[in-house]
Design a protein around this ligand. Structure first.
Ligand code: NAD
Length: 502
């Protein structure tokens, strides 16, 4: 059983039409083609965007290049840039309901969650505004009488920002304000499935005072509009969040001109639970970790690694709580799990579940798609008796599917946790300090949560080990990522000649 919240028909909903932002102007794509977005929870078209091609991508890159080479943005004081970012943060907060609605209807996520993401995003813009003024280099007055060394941090230049569909506004906010704080100019390409809120962000940034050409926003498919942003010689850096496969391709494309790349990729994150854990707290975190954003989350806690002594009890309790999770209409404030992004993705999720069942896993809850009259939905699903080598335990399902594995010793738990290609995040649950720290130090992942799961703050760096990515976002060094380092090596007084020593 699952608690269903049937979607209400959108009735005479007015489809939103969007244009692209290139060089300070809202324009149509060169070929005039459109992309239609069908709401995953309602099955009807809700947004129409202009589809960019290579020609539009190249125009946007040229505008960003001009704005960097000749425009005011990189030359402003950090305090001026910071003020504009703060103004943008206020405007994001003022338009949060509209932006959250767009994210909810285009991605299928619950509206209450989308509102939370908008609040988090506004906080990140404010944090980036603060960091802008703290960006500084180093000086060395210790190199002898004849030398003074100064290390400068300079904006890296034109940055391509490519984002996925699962957290449309939050993820662009983990990149763009930091690039702007450093003085970079940008071309942003959101996912073609959820571009609305990023395009509204373009309006906000114009109104906040970001000069023309500094932020260009194009919409289009990856191969058509995204690929040129990763290979064009006038782009200095690519900041990409998305799947590991496309991340790999992005790095290969960027390698042709040796661009800097920052990659935030997939995850298959374990939660390791010991018998002395506070199980009441953990059961809630397990359900939240697995089903938040319908499991379409790089940080999803999709692998439970339970101590054998508690595995049956914990699985039964998670199954009981899963039955209470409210699944359905993304626009209903009560909904906890919304729709699945596309019908094709729902099929992929269901095929992981059926493959695991055929391979010996047991469905402890859910296991199938849900028919709510419109849109596409998946039941919160728990698979027990999963073996570590099964695809469902190793690959990113990207749906509300939780795999339960078991362990007997701490070493075994660490081995299972580290046995896959991903290393984004992990959780450990125990009341024992030594146990938590041992897991915290030995599990190879960018974030380890101890007795909690999927918490975050703008101050805390986020990113992955191994095939979960390269580089870190957020945290106090986030602005530095968008800079180059330059050494000024200055000579004072008479130089010792090489050719004719004096
Ligand atoms: P995706 O890789 O399919 O697409 C991401 C973006 O890349 C989209 O804008 C897409 O249009 C673009 N793209 C696709 N092909 C491209 C190409 N050849 N060249 C340039 N750009 C291209 O990912 P998705 O399905 O949108 O998002 C889900 C994935 O994102 C999951 O794997 C998830 O784990 C990952 N993700 C990671 C994080 C993180 O911070 N680590 C956060 C959110 C999502």
């Amino acid at each position: 059983m699952t608690v269903l919240v049937k979607p209400k028909a959108l009735g005479d909903y007015k489809i939103r039409e969007f244009r692209m932002l290139i060089d300070g102007k809202w324009v149509d794509g060169a070929e005039g083609r459109m992309i239609e977005r069908v709401a995953p929870g309602h099955g009807v078209t809700v947004s129409r965007y202009q589809a960019a091609t290579k020609i539009d991508a190249e125009r946007a890159i040229a505008a960003a290049r001009r704005a960097f080479d000749d425009g005011p943005w990189p030359r402003m004081t950090a305090s001026e840039r910071s003020l504009i970012l703060l103004r943008a943060a206020d405007m994001i907060a003022a338009r949060a309901d509209e932006l959250a609605f767009l994210d909810a209807i285009e991605s299928g996520k619950p509206i209450s969650q989308a509102k939370g993401e908008l609040a988090g995003a506004a906080d990140i813009w404010r944090y980036a505004a603060a960091l802008a003024r703290d960006l500084s280099g180093e000086s060395y007055n210790t190199l002898g009488d004849g030398t003074l060394g100064v290390v400068l941090r300079e904006a890296i230049g034109v940055v391509s920002i490519i984002t996925p569909w699962n957290f449309p506004f939050l993820i662009v906010s983990q990149k763009l304000p930091f690039a702007l704080a450093a003085g970079c100019t940008t071309v942003v390409k959101p996912s073609e499935l959820t571009s609305g809120s990023t395009l509204v962000l373009g309006e906000i940034l114009e109104a906040a005072g970001v000069p023309a050409g500094v932020v260009n926003i194009i919409v289009g498919t990856g191969p058509e509009a995204g690929a040129p942003l990763t290979s064009h010689p006038d782009v200095d850096m690519v900041s990409f969040t998305g799947s590991t496969g496309v991340g790999r391709l992005t790095m290969a494309n960027a390698a042709q001109t040796l661009k800097k790349v920052s990659l935030e990729l997939g995850g298959k994150n374990p939660q390791i639970v010991f018998p002395d854990a506070n199980l009441d707290e953990f059961i809630d975190a397990a359900v939240f970790g697995a089903y938040f954003n319908a499991g379409e989350c790089c940080n999803a806690g999709s692998r439970l690694i339970l101590h054998r002594d508690i595995a049956d009890e914990v699985t039964a309790r998670i199954a009981a709580l899963s039955a209470k999770v409210k699944v359905g209409d993304p626009l209903d404030p009560e909904t906890q799990v919304g729709a699945i992004i596309t019908p094709q993705h729902l099929e992929k999720i269901a095929s992981y579940v059926s493959a695991a069942s055929s391979d010996g896993a047991t469905v402890a809850h859910g296991g199938a798609a849900l028919d709510l009259g419109m849109g596409q939905f998946m039941a919160p699903t728990i698979l027990s008796s999963v073996r570590a080598e099964m695809a469902v335990a190793r690959e990113e399902v990207f749906g509300p599917v939780l795999s339960v594995l078991t362990f007997e010793t701490t070493e075994e738990a660490i081995k299972i946790a580290n046995s896959i290609d991903y290393g984004l995040s992990a959780g450990v649950w125990s009341r024992d300090f030594d146990t938590c720290l041992t897991i915290g130090r030995r599990v190879r992942a960018g974030t380890i949560w101890m007795n909690t799961f999927m918490d975050g703050a703008s101050e805390l760096p986020f990113g992955g080990y191994r095939q979960s990515g390269l580089g870190r976002e957020l945290g106090r060094h986030a602005v530095e990522d968008y800079t180059e380092t330059k050494t000024l090596n200055m000579h004072i007084g008479q130089r010792t000649n090489w050719w004719m020593p004096r």
